[in-house]
Design a protein around this ligand. Structure first.
Ligand code: NAP
Length: 342
């Protein structure tokens, strides 16, 4: 007898990545497990999403360790948290219809059920689907808020940004250039630095892995830094404190150099805050939900007009998500890290 699979039975098979054990140190693929799962029927007011791309982000590191953070942990046995872009394949919701593309926090799985809360319907407006997880998604909004709300750089000022080729850093630098600033990136490796200068248009980019990094930093920043947008913390933050101008600003966005080893975050040049009256501002992008619509609209327009460029690293298949996260923590990604799920 011939077995006929209809569309419904095809998407009844889900696959998930769950957290198997926590780690405060280095994360390993064995911290996760890939499992098959059933998809329960949707209720009235709900819809089913087939994920096409998963975003892999540094915040995921904090969700699987024991340390206190600003957000809830993923429990052992739970599906890993994460944002996807995907298509509605079944719906009992009057606003989200079959065929709509959405951005949703359904986690590391192929299918997820939503009720519409916190879901962004994506317009067919020329922004590439994957950009909604990067430059026109949470990382882009983070850059926009960190700059426009907290750093507020003005024309002629010098802005330094670390993890400069990455999802947040690349937007920070390009937005700062559009504001007429002198922009210096810091990134891991000559390839990333070349891209940041030649493709993204930064004025300079320094490779922090280079043995001459401290000398290069001195040569490039000796006229002073007005804004440091910190994505990494640790020794890079400590080094830049030597060059901050009086009344300059440091926006503390991330501390990725210490996510697996907090001892790497020690700062010695603390005195610079006092003598230079530096304003230090930590922030989380979700503190400013009121600004997301405006930020996304501006970022989308800049991507469509070609004024904001970006790069993506795309891993293939849900099973590759743990390795992609581990790679992100080691700088193996070049641009926004995604996982293709379809
Ligand atoms: N505050 C918020 O609301 C918020 C929101 C989103 C992201 N963030 C933070 O922003 C930062 C960037 O995030 P992203 O999504 O744009 O990631 P990303 O820059 O695309 O990728 C992470 C990058 O971090 C760098 N890195 C890894 N280990 C490092 C180390 N030991 N020292 C220096 N750099 C290291 C690597 O770049 P290199 O090869 O150049 O070293 C890696 O490519 C992260 O710290 C993240 O936690 C904060």
């Amino acid at each position: 007898m011939k077995l006929i699979l209809n569309k419904h039975s095809e998407y009844k098979k889900n696959k998930q990545v769950i957290l198997k054990k926590r780690s405060n140190l280095e994360i390993l693929e064995s911290n996760f497990e890939v499992v098959d799962a059933e998809i329960p029927p949707i209720n009235v007011g709900e819809f089913l999403i087939r994920a096409h791309y998963l975003s892999v982000d540094p915040y995921m590191r904090g969700r699987i360790d024991e340390e206190k953070s600003y957000a809830e942990k993923v429990e052992i046995g739970e599906v890993m948290v994460g944002t996807v872009v995907g298509m509605v394949v079944e719906s009992s919701h009057d606003k989200f219809l079959v065929g709509d593309f959405v951005e949703a926090r359904t986690g590391w799985q192929l299918y997820g059920i939503c009720n519409g809360s916190g879901i962004r319907k994506l317009k067919n407006d020329g922004v590439p689907l994957t950009a909604n997880l990067g430059t026109v998604g949470m990382p882009g909004v983070t850059a926009w808020i960190g700059l426009n709300v907290h750093a507020q750089p003005i024309k002629g000022e010098t802005v330094v940004v670390s993890a400069a080729s990455g999802a947040v850093g690349s937007v920070v630098g390009q937005l700062s250039k559009l504001k007429g600033c002198r922009v210096i990136g810091i990134a891991g490796g000559h390839k990333k630095c070349d891209y940041v200068v030649n493709e993204l248009g930064f004025d300079a980019c320094l490779n922090y892995k280079d043995k001459d990094f401290q000398k290069n930093l001195r040569d490039t920043c000796n006229e002073g830094v007005d804004v440091y947008f910190d994505n990494v913390g640790g020794i890079i933050l400590d080094s830049i404190l030597n060059y901050m101008n009086p009344f300059s600003r440091i926006v503390l966005c991330g501390q990725i150099s210490g996510y697996s080893d907090p001892s790497a975050l020690t700062v010695h040049n603390f005195r610079s805050f006092l003598i230079n009256r530096i304003q230090l501002k930590g922030f989380i992008c979700s503190d400013h939900m009121d600004l997301w619509r405006l930020a996304l609209s501006e970022l989308g327009d800049l991507v469509k007009s070609g004024q904001l460029k970006y790069k993506e690293s795309i891993a293939i298949g849900l099973e590759s998500a743990p390795k992609a996260l581990i790679g992100l923590m080691e700088g193996k990604n070049f641009g926004k890290q995604l996982v293709k799920l379809i």
